[in-house]
Design a protein around this ligand. Structure first.
Ligand code: SF4
Length: 383
């Protein structure tokens, strides 16, 4: 078989056949579980999560941030519950928001028990929640309200780390195996109590351990997985790391929810998560903006146009919806732009002071540079 045919066949399997598409999963390896009004796992869509960076006890600030994240497409929101005040405030927060609320608890099982009264899901890190009987109390509280628990195993807070001094010399494979073992230790505590609404996350701050741990776990269990590279880093490095790590797992059908953990505003994390899912054709969210890198032929500020267009679309739910799935081209010159953007729905090929309006592969009219953005927005509004 010719190489081009092999590549074609492979990319089809990679992008469409193996794990699903924008309508849901073809791979039903995980059990479906309800969180608030969403069903996660099984053949359902991969959902985007983020986490607030406000003080949870500050209801006004937390609700404000959640509302802006809802507008940006966030589908599940997690908040840190660091004290009993924060745990009690969850009741009020829950009433004012529209997406499932997850309470993130470290160290104190009493906070988890209180949070379980109000939240749609509890996330605990068994490595630091304490004795098994305390985990059992959390389970009982969740059973009472029929809400799931996520067992969040992070490479940096493993129980096994407490037994050694200094930096471990484990291989990536060994780290991953320990992470998986600790997840299963906690799962067995939950399952002994007939608790089945479990999610697991296995996160490391690098791709290798994250991928290994999730692959090992996924080969042994039908429990839905929340994916993330923990403490991924700043905007560029963290996005690349997350896209690579999460992308490789998602391509294999592994992962039911995702979070991109950047040292950035939560809204950027949501955007990055959707870009990963969009790139893999697993979700559609807003348009596909195709823009050239520019070169010596470019005589317009294409970078500014793209930036402004993204700002406008992603801050306006109506534009976001209307532009969904549209391929919008912003090209730097009329020499190559129209040709390169032939499969775009519409867009601009820039020139000096004016550009060519492109529509479905044809150059339609000339538009002044000052009007490019308006013309694109006008076109989106007509969709
Ligand atoms: S579209 Fe034009 S300006 Fe942009 S990279 Fe290609 S040749 Fe250069």
């Amino acid at each position: 078989m010719k190489m081009s045919k092999i590549l074609k066949k492979r990319s089809y399997v990679l992008l469409r056949g193996a794990y699903g598409d924008m309508n849901g999963r073809t791979d039903k390896r995980t059990r479906p579980i309800k969180i608030g009004g969403l069903i996660i796992g099984g053949a359902n869509l991969i959902r985007v999560q983020s986490m607030c960076n406000t003080d949870t006890a500050d209801i006004k600030a937390t609700v404000k941030q959640i509302h802006s994240l809802e507008n940006a497409g966030c589908e599940i929101i997690r908040v840190a519950v660091k004290d009993i005040q924060s745990a009690r405030k969850l009741a009020e927060i829950k009433k004012k928001i529209n997406i499932p609320l997850v309470a993130d608890i470290h160290f104190d099982w009493r906070l988890a028990v209180e949070a379980a009264e109000h939240a749609d899901k509890i996330r605990i890190n068994p490595g630091n929640i304490g004795a098994k009987e305390n985990v059992a109390k959390v389970v009982k509280a969740c059973q009472k309200r029929n809400i799931p628990i996520r067992i969040g195993v992070n490479s940096g807070s493993l129980k096994a780390l407490k037994k050694i001094k200094g930096k471990p010399t484990w291989s990536a494979q060994r780290w991953a195996e320990i992470m998986v073992k600790e997840a299963f230790d906690e799962i067995s505590v939950l399952e002994r109590m007939k608790f089945k609404d479990i999610f697991v996350s296995l996160k490391a701050d690098d791709i290798e351990r994250t991928i290994l741990a999730n692959k090992i776990f996924s080969s042994k269990s039908d429990i839905p997985l929340h994916l993330g590279i923990t403490e991924a880093g700043g905007f560029l490095s963290g996005t690349v790391k997350s896209a690579m790590g999460l992308g490789m797992l998602l391509c294999e059908g592994i992962g039911d929810t995702i979070r991109v953990s950047l040292t950035e505003a939560p809204i950027i994390q949501v955007r990055a998560a959707y870009e990963i899912l969009k790139a893999l054709r697993l979700r559609q969210f807003g348009p596909d903006i195709i823009s050239c890198p520019t070169c010596g032929r470019c005589q317009a500020d294409i970078r500014k146009v793209v930036k402004k267009l993204e700002e406008k679309i992603y801050s306006d739910p109506k534009l976001l919806k209307l532009s969904e799935g549209k391929k919008i081209a912003i090209m730097g010159c009329v020499v190559n732009g129209p040709g390169e953007a032939r499969d775009a729905d519409f867009g601009i090929a820039g020139g000096k002071g004016a550009g060519v309006w492109i529509e479905k592969g044809r150059s339609v009219k000339t538009v002044k540079e000052s009007q490019w953005l308006n013309e694109i927005i006008k076109k989106i509004n007509k969709q």
